[in-house]
Design a protein. Structure first.
Length: 518
């Protein structure tokens, strides 16, 4: 029973994590379908030119989606008959980085490491895309492309008859029906990988599996990452913990390229579209490229003098959520299921649930996008014959602009971060001194997260984070890690916890002073 519950908890967590980026992917797919159109979509992704692969990689880097959020977009790219190599490049690169995660990643280690990871992903998707273009099956005929490849299996509507308010209603209808259609099914398959790992791997089984000097660490991570589903921000957070604990850089790259860029649903999608034999060749080539890149950077990116910490909690969310012998109760399950999430994820999950309810209602009622064609409804005062390309590219550029604005919203100004950190610091230290271990660990995790937000927020507004500020931030996070270890030490020793808190106070004061306007 504990194995089953553990797997279900991981599936639930995966769905909540995926909700915001899946909604974004549905919105982008709807824009491509009803505003950009197939011809302009092919041009947007490079057409048949040599720039198709790097252009698809760049578009993927700009859009805030995950490996589940790309599913509805992939259906639209296939429907528009975009080159198979470009589809492959977009499918693998879009989940890796976005403006939010890239900025966060630059605070985790030396910038050369994150830049090397980005260039490695470009090289991988380019090589794989060239191979895929050469050996993939030919495109299906127009009739099949407009029918079965439309994403939800519904017949494609005549986009020219959808204008104004009708097209906007069709966009929402498409998103809702697709969420409970093929994209929703693939999302369940994707998070099923997390459920499988949560049921099979014992609690904390991965704490010492990816040490820096372990020659099998990149290969072991490659195997683990195949069923893993991770959002870009989750993966970046895990990479940061790997850097702090001096884990294998090659294993970190394998986690990013496969754990973030791929999931089980991706393999199912490629199998359905191109066949099992072609997909096996594509996937085998991908694994070989990931292993080659991981071992190529594993030694060069090791920091001089770095020593492995011996264990890390970065991958605990891929193993069972409960220690053996835990007495399962509803409160225990609820606490384990909701612990990793903040307001952003819950808002996305709530909107996703409402959209899924709408999609189920529309499907049962037989209402589709075609119901809003101009020929079957009265003309509205909002109907205007504006070229789809103008609307489409305006919406795409608006989405990119929204990503930029989102960066400033997600990473507040230094003064706001310092105010938030004052509250977090008080809660963390008081909980630690009061021997409230669970609460202290929760606030320590938030302390570390906001310390990185402070650095990114400073860089966005001042275009600089001084070396002294970086060093003090590094020292604060190292001492937070020591405090975390003392809180988890068995047997628990309050005196050692108090010493760790006292040692952290002086470093924390110097760190805060480094951001003082004076």
């Amino acid at each position: 029973m504990m194995i089953l519950i553990g797997g279900l908890v991981r599936v639930f967590q995966g769905l909540v994590m995926a909700a915001p980026t899946l909604l974004t992917g549905l919105f982008i797919a709807a824009i491509l379908r009803y505003y950009v159109g197939p011809a302009m979509t092919r041009r947007l992704f490079g057409g048949d030119s040599l720039r198709a692969l790097p252009q698809s990689w760049l578009i993927g880097m700009l859009l805030p989606v995950c490996s589940i959020g790309v599913f509805p977009i992939l259906f639209e790219l296939r429907r528009a008959k975009v080159r198979a190599g470009a589809i492959s490049a977009f499918a693998l690169s879009a989940p890796l980085f976005n403006p939010l995660s890239l900025l966060y990643g630059l605070t985790l280690s030396r910038p050369v490491v994150i830049i090397s990871f980005a260039l490695a992903s470009l090289a991988m998707v380019t090589i794989l895309g060239l191979l895929w273009d050469r050996f993939s099956p030919s495109q299906r005929d127009d009739e099949e492309s407009k029918g079965d490849l439309s994403g939800s299996g519904m017949a494609a509507s005549n986009d020219g008859e959808l204008i104004g308010l009708g097209r906007m209603l069709a966009l929402v209808t498409f998103m809702a029906r697709e969420l409970v259609g093929e994209s929703g099914k693939l999302a369940l398959i994707a998070v099923g990988g997390l459920g499988l790992l949560g049921a099979v791997l014992p609690y904390s089984a991965l704490q010492s599996s990816f040490e820096m000097h372990d020659p099998l660490a990149p290969a072991r991570m490659t195997m683990l990452a195949i069923p893993v589903y991770a959002t870009p921000m989750t993966a970046m957070s895990q990479l940061g913990m790997m850097f702090v604990h001096s884990n294998s850089p090659g294993a970190a790259l394998a986690l990013l390229l496969l754990g973030t860029g791929l999931n089980l649903g991706t393999l199912v999608w490629f199998t359905r579209q191109y066949g099992s034999r072609a997909t096996a060749t594509w996937f085998g080539s991908l694994v070989i490229l990931v292993l080659a890149a991981s071992y190529a950077i594993d030694r060069p990116l090791v920091l001089p003098g770095a020593e492995p910490a011996g264990h890390t909690h970065a991958f605990d969310n891929y193993a069972a959520p409960f220690p053996s012998g835990t007495r399962i109760a509803l409160t225990t399950i609820r606490e384990a299921a909701v612990k990793p999430f903040h307001l952003f994820e819950w808002v996305g999950a709530g909107l996703g649930a409402l959209l899924a309810l709408l999609g189920a209602t529309l499907s049962i009622s037989g209402i589709s996008e075609g119901s809003f064609r101009r020929s079957v409804r009265p003309r509205s005062a909002f109907d205007r014959d504006i070229p789809p390309s103008v609307l489409g590219f305006t919406l795409i550029l608006g989405l990119i602009a929204l990503s930029v604005v989102g960066c400033y919203a997600y990473y507040p100004s230094p003064s706001e971060c310092l105010e938030e950190l004052t509250i977090i610091r008080t809660e963390a230290f008081s909980s630690a001194r009061a021997a409230n271990v669970d609460q202290a660990l929760l606030w320590v995790e938030r302390f570390e997260d906001w310390s990185r937000k402070l650095e990114v927020g400073t860089f966005l507004r001042r275009w600089e984070v001084r070396p002294y500020q970086r060093m003090q931030g590094y020292l604060v996070r190292k001492k937070l890690e020591l405090l975390e270890h003392e809180l988890e030490h068995d047997p628990y020793e309050q005196e050692e916890v108090n010493k760790a808190v006292t040692a952290l106070l002086d470093t924390d004061r110097r760190w805060r002073m480094s951001y003082s306007p004076k």
